[in-house]
Ligand binder design. Structure first.
Ligand code: ZN
Length: 62
């Protein structure tokens, strides 16, 4: 085992600094399109609109 950079998560080729953590803009774009599809389970999901609304209501004391 080495501390070498992990490979591109899309195609497993060595990543490049310019496109890290991907190997190319193509893989980066592919990853982005997966985010907008349902190819990914979002680990740190963004707050849901109703959660944001609840916070706004909770913070409003008058
Ligand atoms: Zn790649």
């Amino acid at each position: 085992m080495t501390n070498a950079a992990k490979p591109c998560p899309i195609c497993r080729k060595p990543r490049t600094p310019d496109n890290a953590p991907f190997c190319s803009t193509r893989c980066r774009d592919r990853d982005l399109s997966q985010w907008f599809g349902d190819g990914y389970a979002v680990p740190g999901r963004p707050a849901l609109p109703e959660e944001i609304a609840a916070e706004v209501i909770a913070g409003k004391e008058d």
